[in-house]
Design a protein around this ligand. Structure first.
Ligand SMILES: [Zn+2]
Length: 60
């Protein structure tokens, strides 16, 4: 029972992140530090990393 609820919470968190990610991308992403639009999504950190200055942009 606990295992099942753990996986439910996990997949909800994943779809929540995916929702924020696609919403942010639909607005157009740019680095808040240098203004570059060359950003890489970092799955591990759940945030974007600027290819130019490595500045991290979070989901919120
Ligand atoms: Zn940058």
């Amino acid at each position: 029972m606990r295992v099942v609820s753990f996986f439910n919470d996990y997949s909800e968190e994943q779809s929540c992140k995916a929702f924020f990610k696609s919403r942010r991308e639909s607005f157009g992403m740019s680095c808040r530090n240098c203004g570059s639009v060359n950003l890489n999504w970092n799955e591990k950190e759940s945030r974007w990393r600027c290819k130019e200055c490595n500045f991290a942009t979070g989901l919120k």
